[in-house]
Structure formats: structure tokens, C-alpha cells
Design a protein around this ligand. Structure first.
Ligand SMILES: Nc1ncnc2c1ncn2[C@@H]1O[C@H](COP(=O)(O)OP(=O)(O)OP(=O)(O)O)[C@@H](O)[C@H]1O
Ligand SMILES: [Mg+2]
Length: 371
């Protein structure tokens, strides 16, 4: 069993700077955990603490229900893949993969079997006699993974393993890692600053900022229900629209005042309760680009969910399957996804359909979610 529990973990480096400030994360055996966040937020520090390469200042790290704070890396039954791959340049691929097995004095015959199994899995059988210098970036990455797989550990730790690859290869290797996880079922902790990698790979995502986990949950939960402005803006591309405006009474419910330069109006909001107390105050409405669309994309426009708002189109960006339309709302730029057939034109007016059924609201001061 390799569940992982991170209990109220703090890290201060010897220079006195606090880097992790009370991190709590729990995953079950076999889950794929993503640590995601901007540069310097403490992702690698946390991963290195799980690996045993950094000490724990305060708190507990448990693997399979056992506290490992004082266990050396070799006694933790984990294998790590670094961003730099850390291959031995003078050794062949075969020797790189079997290096750890050799150290642990695994019999030669068994080593050959493991190398053969792993290189087949990663499709690098034809590269076994080459040296790292004779490999492409993607091939080196596979060898580094092969070395980790050869160990058959209880947990894999990956620190930005794809960041040295070009865009196309990254996407290929991303699905391979996912496939590998599906086949092996081994617990994985994976560090990335790429929110798309986080969304596509993880069973659970911990979004970090300044040494604090801002939100921990399943990808869809984080996408649909971000707990604060930072998480909302970090996950999703193009990012969630933030429209600041005043809450007003609207019939028996509430609405948000909108001004697009072309028209002033009120957007009905599907909230009451908590939001009623904000009437007359400013809030930030969070709406994903795919929730603002054209009449053609908005099926059942009479379902009461879509509300037409006239805007002036700033810029358009065709992506193929849909076209991004940029416009001004309440003095800020928003982005919407429309059907290419809607044929939006810059500098022209257009009616955009706002679907607020998945809208979220934030307090502009605390930046926390209100509703
Ligand atoms: N050995 C160290 N001594 C002192 N400070 C350190 C040490 N290692 C990292 N730091 C600091 O701790 C903070 C977190 O670093 P860490 O490497 O964990 O960030 P990260 O989230 O992995 O960033 P990146 O995405 O750039 O890799 C940074 O401010 C960094 O400067
Ligand atoms: Mg790092």
C-alpha cells in the first residue's frame, strides 16, 4: 500500500526563509497526484521531502500509513524522475536502466529480464546499446522513466519530467505517462507548472502558491468550483473571465450590472442567500470562456440559462473548432468561445449569450469565493 499523507508540513531552509507553510494532502494508493503552481511556490521542495532528499521542518509525511520523516531515501520504496533526467553519460541505456538494480545486487539474469520488460513497455528496445548523448530529448526522457520503472517501487515521483521537450513531444509523452499509470496502477506524485498537464493527468490536484495549498481536489472540481481568484485564474486556458460589477436586486433574485460600451444592462445571477447580503456592493463574477458564446452554440436559448448581451468585438482569434472573441465588459477585456460559423468581425457589434449556470462569485477584497 502506498497511500500518501502530508500532515501539516512546514519547511524552512537553513537560511531561515519559510517555504512551505502548513501543507495538508491525502491521496489513496494508486492515485495520480499533481502538485501545480508558479515558479518558487515550493513544489520541488515538497517532492524532495517526500523522496527524503530534504528534511521535514515540522509535520508528518506518511507513506502507506507509516511516518517516513526519518527514513533515508533508499528505504522509502520510491523512484524519482527529474527534469534533468540525470542519466550517466558514459553508460549505455541498458546500464543506465539497470544501474539501481546493480547497486542492490539483483542477479544478472533477473536484471536482463527487467530491462527487457521495461524497455518494451517504453518502446526503447532498439536504443539499449546507445549512450545518452546519442539520443533525442524524448528518448532520454524515456530512459529516465525506464530507470524508475525498473525499480518497481511503491510510488513514483516526477519533477517536471516533460519540461525539456518540445510542445508536440510533451503532448505525446503526457498520454504515455497516463497510459503507464493506467497499466501499472502505481501511486504517482507529479510536479508541473503547466495547468493543462495538471488537468489532463491528475486524479487529484494540489494548487500551490507561496508555500500554501490553495485548493486540493479532483480536476473537474477545481475547474468548476475554484475556491479563490488565484485558483480560478490559474486553471483553464484561456483563463476564466473576471467581471467586476455591482450586485443589484433583480425581481426576487439578484443580478450584476453590466456595461459593454454598446449597452448597459443587468445579468441575472442564479444565486440568492449568501449573495443577497452583497446587494449594492462590488463582486467579481467568474465565467469560463466557453460559457459565453453565440446564439448558434447556445442550444436551447430559451432555457433561461443564456442571456443575450450586446458587445463590440475587439479582436478575434480563430482556433479551428471555435473562434475566440474578445470584447470589453465593465471596462475589462473578456474572452468568449463562439462557433466559427457565427463569423464574428472585429469592430462590429455582436450579441453574446451568457450562461451563468456555472458562474462563480468572488469577494474583490478577500479574493475568496462567495458563491
Ligand atoms: N536549498 C535551498 N535553500 C534555500 N532556499 C531554497 C532552497 N531550495 C529552494 N529554495 C527556495 O524555496 C522556494 C521554493 O523552491 P522550489 O524549488 O520548491 O520551488 P518550485 O515550486 O519547485 O519552483 P520551480 O517551478 O521554479 O521549479 C524558492 O523561493 C527557492 O528559492
Ligand atoms: Mg521545481
Amino acid at each position: 500500500m502506498a497511500s500518501l499523507s502530508i500532515r501539516d508540513v512546514y519547511k524552512t531552509y537553513p537560511n531561515g526563509v519559510p517555504v512551505l507553510k502548513g501543507v495538508n494532502i491525502d491521496i489513496e494508493d494508486g492515485q495520480f497526484l499533481i502538485l501545480v503552481g508558479g515558479s518558487g511556490c515550493g513544489k520541488s521542495t515538497l517532492l524532495n521531502m517526500i523522496a527524503g532528499l530534504e528534511t521535514v521542518t515540522k509535520g508528518d509525511i506518511q507513506i502507506g500509513g507509516k511516518t517516513v520523516n526519518n527514513l533515508s531515501p533508499k528505504d522509502r520504496d520510491i523512484a524519482m524522475v527529474f527534469q534533468s533526467y540525470a542519466l550517466y553519460p558514459s553508460m549505455t541505456v541498458r546500464d543506465n536502466i539497470s544501474f539501481g538494480l546493480n547497486i542492490r545486487k539483483v542477479p544478472k539474469g533477473e536484471q536482463d529480464q527487467i530491462v527487457s520488460r521495461v524497455s518494451k513497455l517504453l518502446q526503447i528496445e532498439h536504443l539499449l546499446d546507445r549512450k545518452p548523448g546519442q539520443l533525442s530529448g524524448g528518448q532520454r526522457q524515456r530512459v529516465a522513466m525506464g530507470r524508475a520503472l525498473a525499480r518497481d517501487p511503491a510510488m513514483f515521483l516526477f519533477d517536471e519530467p516533460l519540461s525539456n521537450l518540445d510542445a508536440k513531444l510533451r503532448i505525446e509523452m503526457r498520454s504515455e505517462i497516463k497510459l503507464l499509470h493506467q497499466r501499472l496502477g502505481t501511486t504517482i506524485v507529479y510536479v508541473t507548472h503547466d495547468q493543462i498537464e495538471a488537468m489532463t493527468l491528475g486524479d487529484r490536484i494540489a494548487v500551490m502558491k507561496d508555500g500554501i495549498v490553495q485548493q486540493f481536489g479532483a480536476p473537474q472540481e477545481i475547474y468548476d468550483s475554484p475556491s479563490n481568484l488565484f485558483v480560478a485564474g490559474f486553471i483553464g486556458a484561456p483563463p476564466m473571465n473576471f467581471i467586476q460589477g455591482k450586485v443589484v436586486e433583480q425581481g426576487s433574485g439578484v443580478g450584476l450590472e453590466l456595461d459593454t460600451g454598446v449597452k448597459r444592462g443587468v445579468l441575472n445571477l442564479p444565486f440568492d442567500g449568501a449573495v443577497k447580503s452583497h446587494v449594492g456592493k462590488e463582486v467579481i463574477l467568474g465565467l469560463r470562456p466557453e460559457r459565453i458564446t453565440d446564439t448558434r452554440n447556445a442550444h436551447n436559448v430559451d432555457d433561461g440559462k443564456h442571456q443575450p448581451i450586446d458587445v463590440k468585438v475587439d479582436v478575434i482569434e480563430p482556433t479551428g473548432p471555435d473562434t475566440l472573441v474578445f470584447a470589453q465588459v465593465n471596462g475589462k477585456r473578456i474572452v468568449s468561445r463562439v462557433h466559427p460559423g457565427a463569423n464574428p468581425q472585429p469592430d462590429q457589434n455582436m450579441s453574446l449569450m451568457f450562461d451563468v449556470s456555472k458562474a462563480v462569485l468572488f469577494d474583490p477584497e478577500t479574493e475568496q469565493r462567495i458563491a
